[in-house]
Ligand binder design. Structure first.
Ligand code: DAH
Length: 360
């Protein structure tokens, strides 16, 4: 018994004296390790008679518990002492001058896309996405543009070689965001309310065309949808986007294969010191294509056009940015010229909100 008591006292003294985590670990190995003194006692239980074991067992186990918890407590104490010592050496001198303000800026295209997402989220639209490498069927056929349709030629499509066909489908760089309509109708049940912003590609380049540009698509599919819903949605959107209540819309009959009837949407402008300012109706600028989703498109997505109707619209994000923020050459959007980015870019904290004015 005295053996146990003195071993206990010895172990606790060693634990108490351990001045570092390493020293504590050494004590742990000496007592509780494989060859440790406490472990040896525990092993000796096996050789004892049952009566002996009855008295010695609890005593030895008690010793093991006392040593284990003393080690754990000491470990905590040593660790927090080490942390405190480290914290005492790590100081931040708040009197030092702040680093230079962040030099980057948010590209107008990203800013406008954020503004659009904010405006449409408020009207209950989710953001949908689709691939930029698209197949023929989603980009054209399902949108009621069959192989022989002249609209295919109008799109100046970048095709992948025939040999790169996937499952017999010719691949291409999507020429518009409209295929996201198809993907959304195939993967979600109505009611559907989505916008799909993203990159699109056409083989075309001048001051107002670049081979890659950005569009945003809108799609609503539900029962009993009519053109009044389309007009209200576009009017609400354009007023919020241009941050003016006097935005006037003009819907002109037009043609798109995937909508029937189709309308092009113009916004009115006023000339102020020879510059076009959105608002009023002195002149008109085309901003959107739109219409009621063609029954064939609805049917191509496996929905019954007698049950579901919808409207769709599409527009160029870069063009919207140019109209709102006054740039005149689209090519500059993609030149990566720092002077342009500094001039037209937005600070990272200029997050568009409806309450702050979207473009604040
Ligand atoms: N996809 C058309 C284009 O790239 C734009 C467009 C027009 C989209 C009418 C639509 C729409 O959804 O209804 O020129």
């Amino acid at each position: 018994m005295t053996d146990l008591a003195s071993l206990n006292a010895q172990a606790l003294a060693a634990i108490d004296a351990a001045a570092s985590l390493d020293a504590l670990e050494a004590v742990r190995i000496e007592t509780l390790g494989k060859q440790g003194s406490v472990t040896a006692l525990l092993k000796s239980l096996g050789q004892m008679s049952p009566e002996e074991r009855q008295t010695q067992g609890p005593a030895i186990n008690g010793l093991r518990e006392a040593v284990t918890s003393a080690i754990a407590a000491k470990k905590d104490a040593l660790e927090s002492a080490a942390l405190n010592a480290r914290l005492a050496t790590e100081r931040l001198d708040m009197t030092l001058p702040a680093p230079d303000a962040a030099a980057g800026s948010v590209h107008p295209v990203s800013q406008v896309m954020d503004e659009l997402a904010e405006i449409f989220a408020d009207m209950g639209f989710a953001v949908a996405e689709g691939p930029e490498v698209e197949d023929d069927w989603h980009n054209f056929t399902a949108l009621n543009i069959p192989e022989t349709h002249p609209a295919r030629a109008m799109h100046d499509t970048f095709y992948f070689p025939e040999e790169a066909a996937v499952d017999g489908k010719r691949m291409l760089l999507r020429t518009h965001t409209s295929p996201v309509q198809i993907r959304t109708m195939l993967s979600q049940k109505p009611p559907i309310r989505v916008i799909a912003p993203g990159r699109v590609y056409r083989s075309d380049s001048d001051a107002t065309h670049t081979p890659m540009f950005h569009q945003i698509e809108g799609l609503v599919i539900d029962k009993g949808i009519h053109m009044g819903h389309l007009k209200w949605t576009l009017e609400t959107f354009l007023k919020a986007f241009f941050e003016r209540d006097d935005v006037v819309l003009r819907l002109r009959p037009s043609y798109f294969p995937f909508t029937e009837p189709s309308a092009e949407v113009d916004v009115g402008y006023t000339l102020v010191n020879g510059k076009r300012v959105i608002g009023g109706s002195e002149g008109w600028m085309e901003v959107l294509g739109s219409g009621m989703v063609h029954p064939r498109v609805i049917a191509a997505c496996g929905l019954d056009p007698n049950e579901y109707q919808g409207f769709a619209f599409g527009t160029g994000v870069d063009r919207l940015a140019m109209l709102k923020y006054g740039m005149d050459d689209l090519r500059a959007f993609f030149d990566g010229d720092l002077r342009w980015l500094k001039h037209y870019g937005f600070a990272a904290l200029d997050i568009p909100t409806l309450s702050g004015g979207v473009g604040a």
